[in-house]
Design a protein around this ligand. Structure first.
Ligand code: ZN
Length: 254
């Protein structure tokens, strides 16, 4: 059985001590991973990682947290240059985070819309980061009046939000929190989303599954997410894993 991790941050300094060893394990156990960048620094690293390892793909984008600090026209120029790189599969993670509000909301929205346009003009998949801003981002996306290709990474919204995203073409990204005992709401959402529209991910080093809470997460732990989704959907992990790999290949064109 082989799985994928559609959202990792192996460039994080928390992997400095054992990145090479971990990448060997990833190569052995997973089909491929998508190294998601979130600011200028990680974007350079993500590209280098993807050039070095055949099973690593990467995205380019500025996270809402970093939008004030890192997003400007020169970034867009840089992004346009790299977007047609053979291993660049997405624009992200981009979106809105009204939970932490680390950049002013107006700045977040501008950075999000400009990068969304970049994804649309280049035909790339969109990786969305949304926290406490589901209604607003759905409103903005509906303004485009079109169908998208993308994923709402580490989904934490309600069922009506999931339905709105599915309708607009977005898949639903599920990560470690699906294993948290208190997260029955997210399990209900998963029960209502077709298996073909679910993307599994870790967001490593963040969001470890229940059995590893408080510790560093890593891409191999995507198996806990896959097992929980398979259990909710009453399918075998073997069958589910094949579907997860197909889902990710379709989403990113890999
Ligand atoms: Zn992330």
């Amino acid at each position: 059985m082989r799985l994928v991790d559609t959202h990792v941050h192996l460039c994080s300094s928390r992997f400095n001590v054992d990145r090479e060893r971990l990448l060997k394990d990833v190569q052995e156990k997973l089909e491929f991973v998508v190294e998601v960048s979130y600011n200028r620094k990680t974007f350079t690293c993500a590209k280098e990682l993807a050039e070095k390892f055949s099973f690593v793909y990467f995205s380019v984008g500025i996270h809402p947290h970093d939008s004030e600090e890192d997003f400007d026209e020169s970034f867009l120029d840089e992004a346009r240059k790299v977007i047609n790189h053979p291993k660049c599969v997405a624009v992200g993670e981009i979106g809105l985070d009204f939970y932490r509000d680390l950049s002013p909301r107006s700045v977040q929205e501008r950075a999000f819309l400009k990068q969304l346009e970049l994804a649309l003009e280049s035909g790339k998949t969109v990786i969305l980061h949304v926290r406490d801003a589901y209604d607003r981002i759905i409103e903005l996306l509906r303004g485009f009046n079109m169908s998208f290709r993308g994923v709402v990474h580490s989904f934490s919204g309600k069922m009506n939000h999931a339905e709105a995203f599915l309708e607009m073409g977005f898949d639903i990204g599920i990560s470690g929190p699906i294993t948290y005992p208190k997260n029955s709401k997210l399990r209900e959402v998963v029960a209502g989303v077709p298996l073909e529209r679910i993307q599994i991910e870790t967001d490593a080093p963040f969001l470890p599954p229940q059995s590893h809470r408080g510790k560093r997460n890593d891409p191999l732990k995507v198996v806990y997410v896959a097992e929980e989704v398979a259990r909710i959907k009453s399918v075998s992990i073997e069958d589910a894993s094949k579907i997860f790999v197909e889902n990710a290949r379709r989403l990113f064109g890999i």
